[in-house]
Design a binder for this molecule. Structure first.
Ligand code: BG6
Length: 434
């Protein structure tokens, strides 16, 4: 099928860091045949300069994209510019599709979707790739999704949560399904707790305006961490098809209780106010929330979701802590989402030597030792091209995540929870147990 990618905001940061490199990598793999890319921007685009800024001296990537890439100047606020855009699109051509990628600030995305629809750029062969955040709370997400649905079917909307497309996140369901040893103990009879953690070393990296309006709860916890948690909680049916993945994740979230603000912690790193030039800012750069599920399989199992910026290490992982049985130690199973993608299992073993002493040892499998992992964005773009929606967040999932977190958002906005302060480079433990 012929594909036209139309990227709004092609000269922006996300486009240069993620999109264009992902498209170049897909082109390299030979899967970008019959594809053209139109970069939309307010000012005229110097394609050669854009390629140089994105790829430095990587001539192969530049060559892979150069011949497919063209620029189009347009003002996204003007309806007549959409009429002009329409003339360039393969809307009525057989065996073709047009994929829009909106790499624009969150508040700009819904008006663009509406204007595309109003200009008649919403034929059945049009798809729209949307970036988070999808709203800032339940009410705004409902409104945005309603406005999108006024012009496009849900099947045409691809809501990206790049965490779902990470190699190890995809592996969770495969692991659960393929290993009877674990699938049989995947419930509250054997599992003590679930930790879903995304810790970042970087701060806000110059994104002051975005971050001030967002904070850690909305930026990472509401989407990325809730999605990862749902992959652990979902009920895997005997007959599993990837096409059911979004429905199963949603079902798992439906069972999660509304969050209890008393089981939440928010904090801000010490130089944040200065970085955003807003003394007294109440935006959290660290958020920890403990959730629970009403599903009988998970009753009484705390689900800890924790994320933060400017912490001691960069790691995203999920740790399943198994219950202690009699005098044995508790085992833990960890999905290392990044870096060092893999799985590790903590076991108790005899320490070698004359004494009968015990020690904790790790069984470890590391993906990166024997494979070059595709970037999550490559997966996302390829899946959108082939109409494979199971690694995208559905509207229902997005709404349910906001709904679960609403009590915390409310409490935090009313300053009902103390905003702790932590030095850059802190560990999670030092923030939670000062
Ligand atoms: C994005 C957030 O969604 O995810 C960023 O907006 C965050 O603040 C990023 O840094 C983390 O993604 P990754 O893939 O580097 O873990």
């Amino acid at each position: 099928m012929k594909t036209q990618f139309v990227i709004f905001g092609i000269t922006g940061d996300l486009s240069k860091r993620k999109l264009l490199p992902a498209l170049a990598a897909i082109a390299k793999s030979g899967k970008l045949k019959k594809t053209s890319i139109i970069g939309v921007s307010r000012r005229s685009i110097d394609i050669e300069a854009l390629l140089n800024e994105t790829f430095d001296d990587d001539e192969v990537s530049k060559d892979n994209l150069r011949e497919r890439l063209s620029g189009l100047e347009m003002d996204v606020a003007l309806p007549e510019d959409y009429t002009a855009l329409k003339k360039h699109l393969w809307l009525d051509q057989k065996d073709s599709q047009v994929i829009f990628y909106l790499s624009v600030p969150p508040q700009a995305s819904v008006p663009i979707v509406e204007k595309l629809g109003e200009a008649g750029i919403n034929t059945a062969n049009v798809k729209i790739l949307l970036e988070k955040p999808f709203g800032v709370d339940l009410a705004s997400a409902q409104e945005n999704i309603g406005r999108d649905h006024a012009h496009f079917e849900e099947s045409q909307l691809y809501r990206i949560d790049h965490y779902l497309a990470k190699e190890m996140a995809q592996n969770i369901m495969i692991f659960r399904r393929g290993n009877a040893l674990f699938s049989q103990v995947w419930n509250n009879q054997f599992i003590e707790s679930i930790d879903v953690i995304a810790s970042e070393k970087i701060g806000i990296e110059g994104r002051a305006q975005f971050y001030e309006q967002t904070g850690a709860l909305r930026d990472v916890l509401q989407g990325h961490l809730m999605q990862l948690a749902s992959l652990i909680l979902l009920d895997l049916p005997h007959e599993f098809s990837w096409d059911d993945a979004a429905r199963l994740r949603t079902q798992a979230l439906q069972e999660v209780s509304l969050a209890d603000p008393a089981k939440s912690v928010r904090a801000q790193y010490d130089s944040y106010e200065k970085e955003v030039a807003n003394s007294g800012s109440q935006t959290e750069t660290f958020a920890a929330v403990t959730l629970s599920s009403n599903d009988p399989r998970w009753r009484d199992v705390p689900i800890h979701l924790i994320t933060g910026k400017a912490l001691a290490e960069k790691t995203t992982h999920i740790t399943i802590r198994f219950k202690k049985q009699r005098d044995a130690q508790a085992n833990t199973l960890t999905f290392n989402i990044q870096p060092h993608e893999g799985v590790s299992l903590e076991l108790i073993a005899k320490k070698s030597g004359y004494e009968r002493e015990l020690e904790t040892r790790q069984l470890h499998f590391d993906y990166t030792q024997n494979a070059q992992l595709p970037d999550a964005y490559e997966q996302v773009l390829l899946d959108a091209m082939t109409s494979n929606k199971n690694l995208f967040a559905s509207s229902e999932e997005v709404l349910r995540s906001w709904e679960i977190l609403q009590p915390i958002q409310h409490a935090w906005s009313m300053q009902h929870a103390e905003l702790l302060s932590y030095p850059k480079g802190s560990t999670i433990a030092s923030i939670l147990e000062p």
